[in-house]
Design a binder for this molecule. Structure first.
Ligand code: HEC
Length: 155
């Protein structure tokens, strides 16, 4: 039953808006998405962008630490992140013709599926990794939060 919050076009716009471009319509919708996906302690738009050389580049999710004070959980981060950035293609609810090539067995609808795929989700989208979604990755700050949430076991 999980549906993306916005169609793919708008999700891409949300990404661009975060890096300071204002070429996309419906700013109020985009703002709502960003708010949902980042939570109250999100950093400002200036914190987004590409990974810098000083950024830690862990070799795998297994070596990515979980901060003791992490507040991220499925409700305040995981579900809205997946809805905004991944399940537009990676959902069992998505008809085959609308998955844009996402493999039929790679779905992130449930906590169990996300945890089963955690290593690969991190390798494609967590922290310095940015090869998913294929067209444009989520902003770095969101990817850091994804890495943290996954490293803590996607609670
Ligand atoms: C626009 C559609 C689309 C979106 C949105 C999308 N993916 Fe994908 N995904 C694909 C396609 C196409 C493939 C197969 C090609 C490939 O692996 O690059 C794929 C494959 C995958 C795989 C399986 C291959 C592997 O590397 O293990 C994972 C994991 C994955 N995506 C993670 C994600 C995550 C995490 C997100 C959200 C941050 C996401 N994808 C968003 C289209 C999408």
């Amino acid at each position: 039953m999980l549906r993306p919050l916005l169609p793919p076009h708008s999700r891409r716009c949300a990404g661009w808006l975060l890096v300071g471009t204002v070429a996309c319509a419906e700013p109020s919708d985009v703002d709502a998405t960003v708010e949902t996906a980042t939570g109250p302690e999100a950093l400002p738009a200036s914190a987004t962008g590409q990974a810098s050389p000083e950024d830690p580049q862990w070799a795998s999710l297994a070596t990515r630490p979980c901060p003791e004070d992490s507040y991220l959980d499925t409700e305040n981060f995981g579900r809205p992140f997946m809805l905004s950035w991944c399940t537009g293609c990676h959902s069992a609810d998505m008809p085959a013709g609308m998955r844009q090539g996402a493999p039929p067995d790679v779905n992130f609808d449930t906590s169990t599926e996300v945890r089963d795929w955690a290593d690969r989700i991190w390798a494609r989208s967590g922290d310095h990794n940015g090869s998913m979604p294929p067209v444009a990755p989520a902003p770095l700050e969101l990817r850091r939060q994804l890495g943290e949430w996954l490293a803590c076991g996607a609670p």
